[in-house]
Design a protein around this ligand. Structure first.
Ligand code: TUI
Length: 308
């Protein structure tokens, strides 16, 4: 499965694991990298010492390349941006903003920078700033999302830039991978399926919610705040979404209620106050298994389809 992405990074399979805040840590990232993809450790809003420890732990678990995701809305983004340079991290993905101000320093450090983009305009800017590739992420994704769908966004980004494009949003099996290649992508990013990886350290309640989810079980909250987020439908997320719609929860109140809600979901499995982020493809994720088995199965299926 050689593509521009496998050649760029010296990896076996052109698959990135999503940089899921509070979720994507060294055990999962090392498992994905070891299996031949690119595991990602999420910087999220973590303190610098935590991320340093995670990076060093991943290095001790795998000799394959792995990356770090810098979430640009994090108050720590500046510190984490320097840390990845100091720790010689080979690949950076970014999310939830424009990483323009960090690009020069990262490129000077020889890091392959691969920003998540929700639009053609940002993809073009990232190419001009020296991005090695871009991840075109559709609104099917879990967590913080843009407006356009994977099916519509990926080919438009492919047409607009000369760097390789990685498709993200709604991909959880070989059909999604094959379809992404048909749209012109050179690789894929998968988040939701890896929530069910054996190596994924989320609370068992979170894993079970994803396994049990059906096609209609994701919901977008936070539209009134300007930071829409896709979650598993729970009593809590439904209450938030309806409160926003009918005006009983103001944007300020929404921010207050959801403060710390990612941690409450991931670490505590707290159904009353946790935000269980997931993509719209969660309905197709039905089994807990090692990340390696997921990756090998997905690419065996994709190759079969593409050879048809
Ligand atoms: O970043 C993500 N997904 C995330 S981040 C996150 S933590 C968070 N929690 C609550 C509110 C906000 C963040 C949970 N999930 N995916 C990548 C992604 N990036 N999706 C959309 C974007 C994006 C949006 C706007 C990237 C760039 C952008 O640029 C705007 C600009 O400044 O041009």
């Amino acid at each position: 499965m050689e593509t521009e992405i496998t050649k760029l990074l010296g990896i076996k399979y052109p698959i990135f694991q999503g940089g899921m805040a509070w979720i994507a840590e060294s055990t999962l990232a090392a498992a994905v990298s070891d299996a031949g993809g690119v595991g990602i450790i999420a910087g999220g809003s973590a303190p610098i010492d935590y991320l340093r420890e995670q990076i060093r732990r991943a290095k001790s678990l795998t000799d394959k390349p792995f990356g770090v995701n810098i979430m640009l809305m994090s108050p720590n983004a500046e510190d984490l941006a320097q840390l990845v340079i100091d720790e010689n991290v080979p690949v950076i993905t970014t999310g939830a903003g424009n990483p323009g101000k960090f690009m020069e320093a990262w490129n000077n450090a020889g890091i392959k920078v691969i920003p998540v983009v929700p639009s053609v305009a940002l993809a073009k800017r990232m190419e001009r700033s020296g991005a090695a590739a871009v991840i075109a992420e559709g609104t099917e994704s879990g967590g913080h999302i843009g407006e356009n769908t994977t099916m519509c966004l990926v080919p438009q980004v492919v047409d607009a830039v000369s760097i390789p494009v990685i498709a993200a949003g709604g991909i959880a099996d070989g059909r999604g991978i094959a379809a992404s290649f048909m749209l012109g992508a050179q690789g894929v990013q998968v988040g939701t399926r890896f929530l069910a990886a054996e190596e994924c350290q989320i609370h068992p309640t979170y894993k079970q919610l994803v396994i049990d989810a059906k096609d209609t079980d994701s919901i977008v909250t936070g539209r009134t705040t300007g930071h829409p987020c896709r979650n598993v439908k729970t009593k809590f997320s439904k209450k938030l979404a309806s409160g926003e719609m009918n005006g009983t929860i103001t944007p300020d109140e929404f921010e207050q209620i959801t403060l710390g809600s990612l941690r409450k979901a991931v670490q505590d499995g707290n159904l009353e106050e946790g935000s269980f982020l997931c993509g719209a493809i969660a309905g197709m994720v039905n089994k807990i298994e090692p990340a390696k088995d997921m990756i090998e199965e997905m690419f065996a299926q994709a190759e079969k389809l593409l050879n048809r």
